[in-house]
Design a protein around this ligand. Structure first.
Ligand code: URA
Length: 238
């Protein structure tokens, strides 16, 4: 049973600052099992307490898991002084304190990006040890050669000597392909193709584990991931 102060609970669940939560509680906007409470320091059991705010019951979520169709031109970071980040695109109804992107997509990369406030989940997603497959569609500035799928499968050695884990390269045409990797080194796919003197013109992530970017999730849009979908990231419960 997790206990929490009422102001902390409100601030987490409704994305308020602690001071906004304290003021709201003191003004009587919060009730516990139908009875107005005005004490921000009140300790509640987050799983069983029936808390309402402005007469609307809060359904407690320990963590939140969001899928974004990341647009190009936006930074995969929690905050930046001057540039727009993926967190800026999260709609208010899904916003929470402590949200961050799970791993990084380059500024010009588009597609499936997970966003959460659950550090353990994020760690499991990006850890090469867990081997979660990330699938990308790639458009190149030159032609894929016949030997490349085999080289990718053997593990590409980058220009700086870094050895990549085995990857799958499935050509879809002369200059476009599907690439599956199970790790996330800095600019990994661009650097893998760079070894073959190919530049990446477009990079779009379509899946993470068994979680596939929905066709109807438009660029820049977000949706909350259900518990069922969450399991599909790992193919099992974690
Ligand atoms: N590999 C890259 O080079 N960039 C990305 O954004 C993701 C994988």
């Amino acid at each position: 049973m997790e206990k929490q102060r009422l102001d902390k609970f409100l601030s987490n669940q409704l994305n308020m600052t602690r001071s906004e939560a304290r003021t709201a509680i003191r003004r009587g906007r919060t009730s516990l099992s139908g009875v107005v409470v005005r004490e921000p320091a009140l300790i509640i059991d987050v799983e069983t307490a029936v808390v309402s705010f402005d007469d609307k019951q809060i359904s407690y979520k320990k963590n939140i898991y969001i899928m974004m169709n990341k647009p190009a031109g936006v930074l995969s970071a929690s905050n930046d002084k001057s540039r727009k980040t993926v967190i800026d695109l999260v709609p208010d109804n899904l916003k929470r304190p402590g949200l961050f992107p799970v791993g990084r997509l380059d500024k010009d990369t588009t597609g499936l990006l997970l966003i959460t406030d659950d550090g353990e989940f994020a760690h499991n997603c990006i850890s090469p040890k867990k081997g979660i497959a990330k699938v990308y569609e790639v458009l190149l500035d030159g032609e894929i050669t016949v030997d490349m799928p085999e080289k990718f499968q053997q593990g590409v050695v980058l220009h700086d000597g870094t050895i990549c884990k085995s990857a799958i390269l499935e050509p879809l045409g002369k200059t476009n392909a599907k690439v599956t990797i199970t790790e996330g080194k800095y600019h990994q796919i661009k650097r893998m193709f760079g070894v073959y003197n190919l530049g990446v013109n477009k990079l779009h992530r379509v899946s993470v584990g068994a979680l596939v970017l929905p066709q109807d999730l438009k660029s820049g849009e977000c949706c909350e991931i259900s518990a069922q979908e969450l399991k599909s990231v790992f193919g099992k419960e974690i």
